[in-house]
Design a protein around this ligand. Sequence first.
Ligand code: C2O
Ligand code: CU
Ligand code: CU
Length: 503
Amino acid sequence: MIPLPRRKFLRAIAAFGGASFCLPRVRLLAQTHAHTGITTSAVTGLAPFVDALRIPPVLKPKIVNKVDTYSLTMQSGMSKCHRDLPATEIWGYNGIFPGPTIVATKNRAVSIKQTNNLPMAHDGGEMTHMLPAVHLHGALVEPGSDGHPNDGIAFGGGTRDYLYPNQQRACSLWYHDHTHGMTGERVMKGLAGLYLLRDPSVEAPLKLPSGTREIPLIIQDRSFAANGQFIYNLDDATLEMGFQGDNILVNGVVQPFLAVETALYRFRILNGSNSRIYKLALSNGDPLIQIGTDGGLLQRPKELASLEIAPSERCDIIIDFTKLPVGAKIVLENLNGTDSTAQIMRFDVAKRVTESKSIPEFLQPWEELPEQKSVILRQFNLARQTLNGALTWTINGYAYNSANPPLAKPVIETIEHWNFVNPTNHPHPMHLHLVQFQIVNINGVPQEASEFGWKDTFVVPPASEVTFLIKFSGYTGRYVFHCHNLEHEDFAMMGEFEVLPKS
Ligand code: C2O
Ligand code: CU
Ligand code: CU
Protein backbone atom coordinates (compact mmCIF):
# COMPACT_ATOMS: atom_id res chain seq x y z
CA MET A 1 0.00 0.00 0.00
CA ILE A 2 1.22 3.49 -0.84
CA PRO A 3 1.70 5.59 2.32
CA LEU A 4 -1.02 8.19 2.75
CA PRO A 5 -0.06 11.73 1.96
CA ARG A 6 -0.19 13.88 5.07
CA ARG A 7 -3.51 15.56 4.24
CA LYS A 8 -5.26 12.20 3.90
CA PHE A 9 -3.74 11.03 7.16
CA LEU A 10 -5.13 14.11 8.93
CA ARG A 11 -8.50 13.47 7.39
CA ALA A 12 -8.47 9.90 8.68
CA ILE A 13 -7.74 11.23 12.18
CA ALA A 14 -10.64 13.64 11.83
CA ALA A 15 -12.91 10.73 10.92
CA PHE A 16 -11.86 8.90 14.07
CA GLY A 17 -12.56 12.03 16.09
CA GLY A 18 -16.11 12.09 14.75
CA ALA A 19 -16.62 8.46 15.62
CA SER A 20 -15.85 9.02 19.29
CA PHE A 21 -19.13 10.94 19.67
CA CYS A 22 -21.05 7.74 19.15
CA LEU A 23 -19.00 4.78 20.25
CA PRO A 24 -17.16 4.00 23.44
CA ARG A 25 -13.40 4.03 22.97
CA VAL A 26 -12.87 0.25 23.19
CA ARG A 27 -15.28 -0.53 20.39
CA LEU A 28 -13.88 2.18 18.19
CA LEU A 29 -11.02 0.30 16.58
CA ALA A 30 -12.97 -2.83 15.80
CA GLN A 31 -15.95 -0.96 14.42
CA THR A 32 -14.37 1.90 12.58
CA HIS A 33 -15.29 0.45 9.25
CA ALA A 34 -18.89 -0.11 10.23
CA HIS A 35 -19.14 3.36 11.66
CA THR A 36 -17.85 5.04 8.50
CA GLY A 37 -20.85 3.44 6.84
CA ILE A 38 -18.74 2.03 4.02
CA THR A 39 -20.29 -1.16 2.69
CA THR A 40 -17.46 -3.62 2.17
CA SER A 41 -17.31 -5.49 -1.12
CA ALA A 42 -16.64 -9.21 -1.17
CA VAL A 43 -14.40 -8.55 -4.16
CA THR A 44 -11.38 -6.45 -3.33
CA GLY A 45 -8.37 -5.26 -5.26
CA LEU A 46 -10.08 -4.78 -8.61
CA ALA A 47 -7.38 -3.52 -10.97
CA PRO A 48 -7.88 0.18 -11.76
CA PHE A 49 -7.78 1.65 -15.27
CA VAL A 50 -8.31 -1.59 -17.18
CA ASP A 51 -11.68 -0.70 -18.75
CA ALA A 52 -12.28 2.16 -21.15
CA LEU A 53 -14.69 4.92 -20.12
CA ARG A 54 -18.15 4.35 -21.60
CA ILE A 55 -20.25 7.28 -22.75
CA PRO A 56 -24.00 6.83 -22.20
CA PRO A 57 -25.83 6.96 -25.55
CA VAL A 58 -27.63 10.19 -26.48
CA LEU A 59 -31.23 9.44 -27.46
CA LYS A 60 -32.80 10.79 -30.64
CA PRO A 61 -36.23 12.36 -30.11
CA LYS A 62 -39.35 11.99 -32.23
CA ILE A 63 -40.61 15.44 -32.98
CA VAL A 64 -44.33 15.69 -32.28
CA ASN A 65 -45.91 19.18 -32.59
CA LYS A 66 -42.47 20.79 -32.08
CA VAL A 67 -41.98 18.82 -28.86
CA ASP A 68 -38.95 16.54 -28.60
CA THR A 69 -40.66 13.34 -27.55
CA TYR A 70 -39.04 10.32 -25.94
CA SER A 71 -40.16 7.16 -24.31
CA LEU A 72 -38.08 5.46 -21.70
CA THR A 73 -38.68 2.17 -19.97
CA MET A 74 -37.55 1.41 -16.45
CA GLN A 75 -36.41 -2.19 -16.50
CA SER A 76 -33.72 -4.48 -15.25
CA GLY A 77 -30.66 -5.19 -17.34
CA MET A 78 -27.17 -6.62 -17.07
CA SER A 79 -24.16 -4.33 -16.97
CA LYS A 80 -20.47 -5.10 -16.94
CA CYS A 81 -18.86 -2.83 -14.34
CA HIS A 82 -15.32 -4.17 -14.47
CA ARG A 83 -13.26 -6.55 -16.62
CA ASP A 84 -12.85 -9.00 -13.75
CA LEU A 85 -16.42 -8.94 -12.45
CA PRO A 86 -19.37 -10.97 -13.69
CA ALA A 87 -22.13 -8.77 -15.11
CA THR A 88 -24.27 -6.97 -12.54
CA GLU A 89 -28.04 -6.90 -12.57
CA ILE A 90 -29.05 -3.25 -12.65
CA TRP A 91 -32.30 -1.31 -12.80
CA GLY A 92 -32.02 1.31 -15.47
CA TYR A 93 -33.90 3.63 -17.78
CA ASN A 94 -34.06 1.53 -20.95
CA GLY A 95 -32.28 -1.13 -18.94
CA ILE A 96 -28.86 0.54 -19.04
CA PHE A 97 -26.59 1.89 -16.32
CA PRO A 98 -26.36 4.84 -16.22
CA GLY A 99 -29.43 5.75 -18.28
CA PRO A 100 -29.26 7.31 -21.74
CA THR A 101 -28.44 11.02 -22.01
CA ILE A 102 -31.15 13.44 -23.12
CA VAL A 103 -29.93 16.56 -24.90
CA ALA A 104 -32.45 19.40 -24.83
CA THR A 105 -32.47 22.93 -26.21
CA LYS A 106 -33.56 26.02 -24.34
CA ASN A 107 -37.19 27.02 -24.98
CA ARG A 108 -37.89 23.77 -26.81
CA ALA A 109 -40.08 21.42 -24.81
CA VAL A 110 -39.23 17.80 -24.12
CA SER A 111 -41.83 15.19 -23.31
CA ILE A 112 -40.81 11.86 -21.82
CA LYS A 113 -43.17 8.93 -21.46
CA GLN A 114 -41.84 6.75 -18.66
CA THR A 115 -42.96 3.13 -18.48
CA ASN A 116 -42.48 0.99 -15.39
CA ASN A 117 -41.40 -2.51 -16.34
CA LEU A 118 -39.27 -2.97 -13.25
CA PRO A 119 -39.35 -6.44 -11.72
CA MET A 120 -41.80 -6.66 -8.86
CA ALA A 121 -40.07 -7.44 -5.63
CA HIS A 122 -41.73 -8.19 -2.33
CA ASP A 123 -43.97 -10.93 -3.76
CA GLY A 124 -45.80 -8.52 -6.02
CA GLY A 125 -47.20 -6.70 -3.01
CA GLU A 126 -45.94 -3.29 -4.15
CA MET A 127 -47.64 -0.63 -2.12
CA THR A 128 -48.44 2.87 -3.28
CA HIS A 129 -45.42 4.41 -1.64
CA MET A 130 -43.11 2.06 -3.48
CA LEU A 131 -44.16 3.16 -6.95
CA PRO A 132 -41.28 4.83 -8.76
CA ALA A 133 -41.55 8.51 -9.65
CA VAL A 134 -39.07 10.17 -12.02
CA HIS A 135 -37.61 13.53 -11.10
CA LEU A 136 -35.63 15.84 -13.38
CA HIS A 137 -33.24 17.38 -10.90
CA GLY A 138 -32.64 21.09 -11.42
CA ALA A 139 -35.63 21.61 -13.70
CA LEU A 140 -38.16 24.42 -13.73
CA VAL A 141 -41.34 22.36 -14.19
CA GLU A 142 -44.92 22.31 -13.03
CA PRO A 143 -45.65 20.06 -10.04
CA GLY A 144 -47.29 17.28 -12.08
CA SER A 145 -44.07 16.72 -14.04
CA ASP A 146 -41.74 17.04 -11.07
CA GLY A 147 -41.76 13.44 -9.89
CA HIS A 148 -43.47 14.06 -6.57
CA PRO A 149 -43.22 10.84 -4.53
CA ASN A 150 -47.05 10.65 -4.49
CA ASP A 151 -47.11 10.52 -8.30
CA GLY A 152 -45.51 7.10 -8.71
CA ILE A 153 -45.93 4.90 -11.78
CA ALA A 154 -47.68 1.54 -11.44
CA PHE A 155 -45.72 -1.68 -11.85
CA GLY A 156 -46.53 -3.98 -14.72
CA GLY A 157 -46.33 -1.40 -17.53
CA GLY A 158 -47.80 1.72 -15.94
CA THR A 159 -46.82 4.97 -17.66
CA ARG A 160 -46.61 8.67 -16.96
CA ASP A 161 -45.85 11.57 -19.30
CA TYR A 162 -43.48 14.23 -18.05
CA LEU A 163 -43.32 17.61 -19.78
CA TYR A 164 -40.17 19.71 -19.49
CA PRO A 165 -40.51 23.23 -20.98
CA ASN A 166 -36.75 23.97 -20.73
CA GLN A 167 -37.36 27.67 -20.11
CA GLN A 168 -34.33 28.14 -17.91
CA ARG A 169 -30.59 28.74 -18.24
CA ALA A 170 -28.63 26.04 -20.02
CA CYS A 171 -27.12 23.62 -17.51
CA SER A 172 -26.50 19.97 -16.67
CA LEU A 173 -29.52 18.34 -15.11
CA TRP A 174 -30.08 14.72 -14.26
CA TYR A 175 -33.13 12.54 -14.02
CA HIS A 176 -33.40 9.96 -11.30
CA ASP A 177 -35.76 7.84 -9.30
CA HIS A 178 -37.69 9.55 -6.50
CA THR A 179 -39.61 6.72 -4.82
CA HIS A 180 -40.35 7.78 -1.28
CA GLY A 181 -38.28 5.75 1.16
CA MET A 182 -36.48 3.85 -1.62
CA THR A 183 -34.74 6.52 -3.68
CA GLY A 184 -31.38 5.44 -2.27
CA GLU A 185 -31.80 1.81 -3.23
CA ARG A 186 -33.21 2.51 -6.68
CA VAL A 187 -30.68 5.17 -7.67
CA MET A 188 -27.98 2.79 -6.44
CA LYS A 189 -29.42 0.07 -8.69
CA GLY A 190 -28.96 2.40 -11.64
CA LEU A 191 -32.06 4.57 -12.11
CA ALA A 192 -30.29 7.79 -13.07
CA GLY A 193 -29.24 9.54 -16.25
CA LEU A 194 -27.97 12.85 -17.55
CA TYR A 195 -30.03 15.59 -19.19
CA LEU A 196 -28.03 18.36 -20.83
CA LEU A 197 -29.90 21.55 -21.56
CA ARG A 198 -28.14 23.62 -24.20
CA ASP A 199 -28.53 27.24 -25.24
CA PRO A 200 -26.70 27.79 -28.53
CA SER A 201 -27.00 31.59 -28.26
CA VAL A 202 -24.91 31.52 -25.07
CA GLU A 203 -22.65 28.55 -25.70
CA ALA A 204 -21.81 28.75 -29.41
CA PRO A 205 -19.89 32.08 -29.24
CA LEU A 206 -17.74 30.69 -26.41
CA LYS A 207 -16.39 27.88 -28.61
CA LEU A 208 -16.05 25.50 -25.68
CA PRO A 209 -14.66 22.02 -26.34
CA SER A 210 -17.39 19.96 -27.99
CA GLY A 211 -18.10 16.70 -29.79
CA THR A 212 -15.65 14.01 -28.66
CA ARG A 213 -14.07 16.61 -26.36
CA GLU A 214 -17.17 17.23 -24.28
CA ILE A 215 -17.58 14.25 -22.02
CA PRO A 216 -20.08 13.44 -19.27
CA LEU A 217 -18.64 11.88 -16.11
CA ILE A 218 -21.19 10.43 -13.71
CA ILE A 219 -19.29 9.51 -10.55
CA GLN A 220 -20.83 6.89 -8.27
CA ASP A 221 -19.65 4.43 -5.64
CA ARG A 222 -20.80 0.83 -5.40
CA SER A 223 -20.00 -2.34 -3.47
CA PHE A 224 -19.93 -5.76 -5.10
CA ALA A 225 -20.76 -9.23 -3.87
CA ALA A 226 -18.55 -12.08 -5.10
CA ASN A 227 -21.03 -12.80 -7.90
CA GLY A 228 -20.72 -9.22 -9.16
CA GLN A 229 -24.05 -8.01 -7.77
CA PHE A 230 -24.45 -4.69 -5.99
CA ILE A 231 -24.68 -4.83 -2.20
CA TYR A 232 -27.10 -2.48 -0.48
CA ASN A 233 -27.61 -3.07 3.16
CA LEU A 234 -29.46 -0.57 5.34
CA ASP A 235 -27.68 -1.21 8.61
CA ASP A 236 -27.50 1.40 11.35
CA ALA A 237 -24.27 2.91 10.05
CA THR A 238 -25.70 3.26 6.54
CA LEU A 239 -28.85 4.89 7.89
CA GLU A 240 -26.69 7.35 9.73
CA MET A 241 -23.91 8.02 7.21
CA GLY A 242 -25.71 7.24 3.96
CA PHE A 243 -24.70 4.43 1.61
CA GLN A 244 -21.03 4.44 0.64
CA GLY A 245 -19.54 1.86 -1.68
CA ASP A 246 -15.85 0.97 -1.69
CA ASN A 247 -15.45 1.11 -5.48
CA ILE A 248 -15.61 4.27 -7.56
CA LEU A 249 -17.36 4.03 -10.90
CA VAL A 250 -17.55 6.55 -13.71
CA ASN A 251 -20.42 6.12 -16.17
CA GLY A 252 -21.00 2.66 -14.72
CA VAL A 253 -17.40 1.38 -14.95
CA VAL A 254 -14.98 0.91 -12.04
CA GLN A 255 -12.06 3.37 -12.37
CA PRO A 256 -11.99 3.58 -16.16
CA PHE A 257 -9.37 5.16 -18.39
CA LEU A 258 -9.94 7.63 -21.20
CA ALA A 259 -7.52 8.17 -24.08
CA VAL A 260 -7.19 11.91 -24.73
CA GLU A 261 -5.45 14.12 -27.25
CA THR A 262 -3.29 17.14 -26.39
CA ALA A 263 -6.31 19.42 -26.39
CA LEU A 264 -8.83 21.11 -24.13
CA TYR A 265 -11.64 18.88 -22.85
CA ARG A 266 -14.91 19.85 -21.23
CA PHE A 267 -16.18 17.42 -18.60
CA ARG A 268 -19.80 17.56 -17.47
CA ILE A 269 -19.41 16.03 -14.01
CA LEU A 270 -22.28 14.75 -11.88
CA ASN A 271 -21.85 13.28 -8.44
CA GLY A 272 -24.54 10.63 -8.75
CA SER A 273 -23.54 8.91 -5.51
CA ASN A 274 -25.95 8.33 -2.64
CA SER A 275 -23.86 10.04 0.02
CA ARG A 276 -20.17 10.20 -0.84
CA ILE A 277 -18.56 13.64 -1.18
CA TYR A 278 -15.53 13.71 -3.49
CA LYS A 279 -12.68 16.17 -3.55
CA LEU A 280 -11.47 16.15 -7.14
CA ALA A 281 -7.88 16.91 -8.10
CA LEU A 282 -5.42 15.93 -10.83
CA SER A 283 -2.43 13.77 -9.92
CA ASN A 284 0.01 15.96 -11.89
CA GLY A 285 -0.99 19.06 -9.93
CA ASP A 286 -2.62 20.76 -12.93
CA PRO A 287 -5.72 22.78 -12.07
CA LEU A 288 -9.32 21.94 -12.75
CA ILE A 289 -10.80 24.91 -14.58
CA GLN A 290 -14.38 25.22 -13.43
CA ILE A 291 -16.73 26.91 -15.89
CA GLY A 292 -20.12 25.90 -14.52
CA THR A 293 -22.19 24.71 -11.58
CA ASP A 294 -25.62 23.11 -11.06
CA GLY A 295 -27.46 26.00 -12.69
CA GLY A 296 -25.20 26.71 -15.66
CA LEU A 297 -22.08 28.64 -16.59
CA LEU A 298 -20.21 30.81 -14.12
CA GLN A 299 -19.41 34.40 -14.91
CA ARG A 300 -15.72 33.59 -15.39
CA PRO A 301 -13.67 30.39 -15.32
CA LYS A 302 -12.04 29.52 -11.99
CA GLU A 303 -8.73 27.67 -11.71
CA LEU A 304 -8.91 25.27 -8.81
CA ALA A 305 -6.30 22.98 -7.27
CA SER A 306 -9.19 20.83 -6.05
CA LEU A 307 -12.94 20.87 -6.15
CA GLU A 308 -15.37 19.31 -3.69
CA ILE A 309 -18.57 17.83 -5.13
CA ALA A 310 -21.43 16.50 -3.00
CA PRO A 311 -24.23 14.15 -4.04
CA SER A 312 -26.27 15.59 -6.89
CA GLU A 313 -24.00 18.57 -7.47
CA ARG A 314 -22.80 19.12 -11.01
CA CYS A 315 -19.65 20.84 -12.10
CA ASP A 316 -18.63 21.77 -15.56
CA ILE A 317 -14.85 21.77 -15.87
CA ILE A 318 -12.17 22.13 -18.51
CA ILE A 319 -8.91 20.21 -18.33
CA ASP A 320 -6.01 21.44 -20.42
CA PHE A 321 -4.00 18.51 -21.79
CA THR A 322 -2.22 20.64 -24.43
CA LYS A 323 1.16 20.84 -22.72
CA LEU A 324 1.46 17.18 -21.81
CA PRO A 325 3.64 14.64 -23.60
CA VAL A 326 2.12 11.69 -25.37
CA GLY A 327 2.27 8.80 -22.91
CA ALA A 328 1.45 10.93 -19.86
CA LYS A 329 -1.09 9.33 -17.53
CA ILE A 330 -3.01 11.64 -15.22
CA VAL A 331 -5.28 10.33 -12.50
CA LEU A 332 -8.43 12.15 -11.47
CA GLU A 333 -8.07 11.74 -7.72
CA ASN A 334 -10.49 11.89 -4.82
CA LEU A 335 -8.58 13.60 -2.00
CA ASN A 336 -11.37 12.59 0.39
CA GLY A 337 -10.81 8.91 -0.36
CA THR A 338 -8.42 6.23 0.79
CA ASP A 339 -7.18 3.11 -1.01
CA SER A 340 -9.69 2.11 -3.71
CA THR A 341 -11.75 5.27 -3.26
CA ALA A 342 -8.83 7.69 -3.72
CA GLN A 343 -8.64 7.30 -7.50
CA ILE A 344 -11.58 7.97 -9.79
CA MET A 345 -10.29 7.49 -13.33
CA ARG A 346 -7.23 8.05 -15.52
CA PHE A 347 -6.60 10.20 -18.58
CA ASP A 348 -4.02 8.69 -20.94
CA VAL A 349 -2.52 11.20 -23.35
CA ALA A 350 -2.47 9.19 -26.56
CA LYS A 351 -2.07 11.57 -29.47
CA ARG A 352 -0.50 14.93 -30.27
CA VAL A 353 -2.74 17.44 -32.01
CA THR A 354 -2.76 21.21 -32.29
CA GLU A 355 -5.48 22.83 -30.23
CA SER A 356 -6.98 25.93 -31.82
CA LYS A 357 -9.42 26.69 -29.01
CA SER A 358 -8.69 28.66 -25.88
CA ILE A 359 -10.58 29.09 -22.63
CA PRO A 360 -12.77 32.19 -22.80
CA GLU A 361 -12.12 34.81 -20.13
CA PHE A 362 -15.78 35.62 -19.74
CA LEU A 363 -18.61 33.10 -19.86
CA GLN A 364 -22.02 34.49 -18.96
CA PRO A 365 -23.25 37.64 -17.20
CA TRP A 366 -24.08 37.08 -13.55
CA GLU A 367 -27.59 38.05 -12.47
CA GLU A 368 -27.50 38.72 -8.77
CA LEU A 369 -30.77 38.31 -6.89
CA PRO A 370 -31.46 41.56 -4.97
CA GLU A 371 -31.04 40.55 -1.33
CA GLN A 372 -32.79 43.67 -0.04
CA LYS A 373 -35.99 42.55 -1.79
CA SER A 374 -36.23 39.38 0.30
CA VAL A 375 -39.57 39.22 2.08
CA ILE A 376 -38.73 36.71 4.81
CA LEU A 377 -35.91 34.84 6.52
CA ARG A 378 -36.96 31.24 7.19
CA GLN A 379 -35.08 28.93 9.53
CA PHE A 380 -34.75 25.20 8.92
CA ASN A 381 -33.19 23.09 11.61
CA LEU A 382 -31.63 19.80 10.49
CA ALA A 383 -31.60 17.07 13.12
CA ARG A 384 -31.38 13.40 13.96
CA GLN A 385 -33.97 12.56 16.58
CA THR A 386 -36.29 9.84 17.80
CA LEU A 387 -39.87 10.18 16.59
CA ASN A 388 -42.45 7.54 17.53
CA GLY A 389 -39.67 5.30 18.78
CA ALA A 390 -37.58 5.43 15.60
CA LEU A 391 -34.33 7.30 15.06
CA THR A 392 -34.88 9.50 12.05
CA TRP A 393 -33.65 12.56 10.18
CA THR A 394 -35.85 15.62 10.44
CA ILE A 395 -36.34 19.19 9.23
CA ASN A 396 -37.84 21.50 11.87
CA GLY A 397 -38.84 18.42 13.83
CA TYR A 398 -40.72 16.72 10.97
CA ALA A 399 -39.88 13.44 9.32
CA TYR A 400 -41.28 13.54 5.79
CA ASN A 401 -44.80 12.45 5.21
CA SER A 402 -46.77 13.83 2.28
CA ALA A 403 -49.68 14.35 4.68
CA ASN A 404 -47.62 16.91 6.64
CA PRO A 405 -48.45 20.56 6.02
CA PRO A 406 -45.92 22.38 3.81
CA LEU A 407 -42.99 23.72 5.83
CA ALA A 408 -43.03 26.97 3.82
CA LYS A 409 -45.49 28.82 1.60
CA PRO A 410 -43.62 31.31 -0.54
CA VAL A 411 -45.65 33.54 -2.85
CA ILE A 412 -44.77 33.31 -6.52
CA GLU A 413 -42.30 35.91 -7.81
CA THR A 414 -41.02 36.71 -4.32
CA ILE A 415 -37.50 36.35 -2.98
CA GLU A 416 -36.79 34.67 0.36
CA HIS A 417 -33.82 33.85 2.59
CA TRP A 418 -33.73 30.21 3.70
CA ASN A 419 -31.26 29.55 6.49
CA PHE A 420 -30.36 25.91 7.08
CA VAL A 421 -28.91 25.23 10.52
CA ASN A 422 -26.98 21.99 10.91
CA PRO A 423 -26.06 21.13 14.51
CA THR A 424 -25.37 17.48 13.57
CA ASN A 425 -21.93 16.02 12.87
CA HIS A 426 -22.87 15.09 9.29
CA PRO A 427 -22.84 17.22 6.15
CA HIS A 428 -26.25 17.68 4.53
CA PRO A 429 -26.35 18.58 0.83
CA MET A 430 -29.66 20.44 0.82
CA HIS A 431 -31.67 20.55 -2.39
CA LEU A 432 -34.82 22.40 -3.45
CA HIS A 433 -36.92 21.32 -6.39
CA LEU A 434 -38.12 23.95 -8.90
CA VAL A 435 -35.52 26.64 -8.19
CA GLN A 436 -31.90 27.60 -8.66
CA PHE A 437 -30.66 29.71 -5.75
CA GLN A 438 -27.68 31.79 -4.60
CA ILE A 439 -25.42 31.34 -1.56
CA VAL A 440 -25.37 34.56 0.45
CA ASN A 441 -24.15 33.66 3.93
CA ILE A 442 -22.15 30.90 5.60
CA ASN A 443 -21.87 30.87 9.40
CA GLY A 444 -22.76 34.53 9.59
CA VAL A 445 -20.21 35.58 6.98
CA PRO A 446 -21.67 37.24 3.86
CA GLN A 447 -20.64 35.46 0.65
CA GLU A 448 -19.96 36.58 -2.89
CA ALA A 449 -22.80 34.64 -4.52
CA SER A 450 -21.28 34.80 -8.01
CA GLU A 451 -18.35 32.68 -6.80
CA PHE A 452 -20.71 29.77 -6.20
CA GLY A 453 -22.84 30.33 -9.30
CA TRP A 454 -26.44 29.16 -9.56
CA LYS A 455 -27.07 26.20 -7.28
CA ASP A 456 -29.86 23.74 -6.60
CA THR A 457 -27.93 21.65 -4.08
CA PHE A 458 -25.48 22.97 -1.50
CA VAL A 459 -23.75 21.33 1.44
CA VAL A 460 -24.55 22.60 4.91
CA PRO A 461 -21.44 21.39 6.76
CA PRO A 462 -21.52 19.89 10.28
CA ALA A 463 -22.05 22.48 13.02
CA SER A 464 -22.70 25.19 10.45
CA GLU A 465 -25.41 27.22 8.87
CA VAL A 466 -25.85 28.37 5.31
CA THR A 467 -28.31 30.91 3.92
CA PHE A 468 -29.70 30.51 0.42
CA LEU A 469 -31.35 33.40 -1.43
CA ILE A 470 -34.19 32.03 -3.51
CA LYS A 471 -36.63 33.47 -6.00
CA PHE A 472 -39.75 31.37 -6.46
CA SER A 473 -41.06 31.73 -9.97
CA GLY A 474 -42.54 29.78 -12.81
CA TYR A 475 -45.20 27.63 -11.19
CA THR A 476 -47.42 27.44 -8.15
CA GLY A 477 -48.07 24.24 -6.21
CA ARG A 478 -46.30 21.78 -3.97
CA TYR A 479 -42.68 20.71 -4.32
CA VAL A 480 -40.26 18.90 -2.07
CA PHE A 481 -36.92 19.96 -0.66
CA HIS A 482 -34.57 17.57 1.06
CA CYS A 483 -31.12 16.41 1.94
CA HIS A 484 -29.58 14.74 -1.12
CA ASN A 485 -27.74 12.19 0.96
CA LEU A 486 -30.28 9.67 -0.30
CA GLU A 487 -30.54 7.64 2.90
CA HIS A 488 -31.11 10.86 4.83
CA GLU A 489 -33.79 11.79 2.28
CA ASP A 490 -35.45 8.38 2.52
CA PHE A 491 -35.42 8.40 6.36
CA ALA A 492 -36.84 11.22 6.17
CA MET A 493 -35.03 14.56 5.91
CA MET A 494 -37.47 16.01 3.43
CA GLY A 495 -40.23 18.58 3.51
CA GLU A 496 -42.55 20.35 1.13
CA PHE A 497 -43.00 23.96 0.18
CA GLU A 498 -46.05 25.28 -1.57
CA VAL A 499 -45.67 28.16 -3.99
CA LEU A 500 -48.80 30.29 -3.62
CA PRO A 501 -50.30 32.48 -6.31
CA LYS A 502 -50.20 36.25 -5.82
CA SER A 503 -53.20 37.20 -3.74
CU1 C2O B 1 -32.21 15.03 -7.15
CU2 C2O B 1 -35.58 15.51 -5.02
O1 C2O B 1 -33.82 15.27 -6.06
CU1 CU C 1 -34.43 17.82 -7.53
CU1 CU D 1 -28.32 14.75 5.16
